[in-house]
Design a protein around this ligand. Structure first.
Ligand code: NAP
Length: 315
């Protein structure tokens, strides 16, 4: 049996990792503010507020601590998609707004991907615009989907060399599993992606130096499926009943058995979740920096000079 001190050492504490990221972000926010580019997030909630209240509260609190302005826009559940897109376009056109977040879930009849695609890529702090997802394929990994970025960041905190690392990603959703795979490939890892049609998950996971699990099925991965010393990044969030009749939040991995063999493991809750919010704020800073650079180049004196004149002027 491993002693209690070793177990603590193996757990990748999301709150500590998030706090380190927050320090960097707060410094960047202050510098941007001094340069006249104070980041401002707009949170878009559609319909049933209760379902997203906890996320919004966390984001608002974190933004406040870091000096990021946080505006909340609440739309009634019966709003139409064109009306929402018009509202997003107004946010795109407003230079005071540096980032837009669409809180999920949205009412079933609203296509959240269309809303996400309506956000200007420079204001896409969630990293879910098709342009942001596409950039990852081109190895531009500075800004990407928050949960995927957070999960990969947690692996980096182990100090493992990503280049050449054997990694298994379980789950291939567009916003979590697939971006994780591309972010890791950009870092030089050898990546195997498993999903519900994978014939024998354990055959793959037992070979891996690191296993990412993003499925939404409690207990899917157990200790016998993990190579001794591997890193386990558990992204799942599931509510399960306790024997006492209550409920608790667990991940997709059987924590106790995985912890016995893993070199590092993320707890749920307190693992990937807090780091995801920290990455959202980090992306907010990245977005604001890009907008500042974009406006600087667009409004630079010679940007208004037409081609031939510029040639003459520059000769
Ligand atoms: P999703 O869109 O439902 O995708 C689930 C994925 O799991 C799919 O790719 C699915 O593959 C795969 N899958 C289903 N059954 C499987 C099996 N038996 N073996 C292997 N793969 C299987 O979910 P998601 O949005 O990616 O989220 C996944 C989990 O992460 C959820 O628990 C969610 O709550 C959690 N999450 C956490 C955070 C965070 O901040 N910590 C953020 C987002 C999501 P097929 O399509 O082939 O069925």
């Amino acid at each position: 049996m491993t002693d209690e001190r070793d177990l603590k050492h193996k757990e990748l504490d999301g709150r500590t990792i998030a706090a380190d990221l927050h320090r960097e972000t707060a410094a960047d926010v202050a510098a941007l503010g001094e340069a006249g580019w104070a980041p401002r997030l707009v949170s878009v909630v559609i319909g049933d507020v209760a379902a997203v209240e906890i996320y919004v509260r966390n984001q608002r609190r974190t933004a406040g601590k870091l000096g990021v302005a946080f505006d909340e826009r609440h739309f009634q559940a019966d709003i139409t998609e064109p009306e929402l897109i018009a509202a997003i376009q107004a946010m795109n056109a407003d230079p005071r707004v540096t980032g837009v977040i669409i809180q999920r879930p949205v009412p079933r009849r609203i296509n959240v991907k269309r809303l996400q695609s309506a956000i200007h890529p420079l204001k896409d702090v969630e990293g879910l615009h098709p342009a942001s997802i596409g950039n990852i394929v081109y190895n531009e990994i500075e800004l990407g989907p928050c949960t995927a970025m957070a999960s990969v960041h947690m692996l980096k905190t182990t100090g493992l060399e990503l280049s050449g690392l054997e990694v298994v990603v379980v789950g291939h959703s567009e916003i979590v599993g697939k971006p994780i795979a591309f972010l890791l490939m950009a870092e030089g890892a050898t990546v195997t992606v498993c999903h519900h049609m994978t014939r024998n998950l354990a055959v793959h996971s037992r070979q891996a130096d690191a296993v990412f699990v993003a499925v939404g099925r409690p207990g899917l991965v157990t200790g016998t499926m993990i190579k001794p010393g591997a890193a386990v990044i558990d992204i799942g969030i599931n509510r399960v009943e306790t024997p006492e009749g209550g409920a608790r939040t667990v991940g997709d991995c059987d924590f106790e058995s995985c912890r016995e063999v893993a070199g590092w493991i993320t707890p749920v809750p307190g693992g990937v979740g807090p780091v995801t919010v920290a990455i959202l704020m980090h992306n907010t800073v990245t977005g604001a920096k890009r907008q500042k650079a974009f406006y600087a180049s667009t409004f630079a004196a010679d940007a208004w000079t037409t081609g031939p004149e510029r040639e003459v002027g520059g000769a």
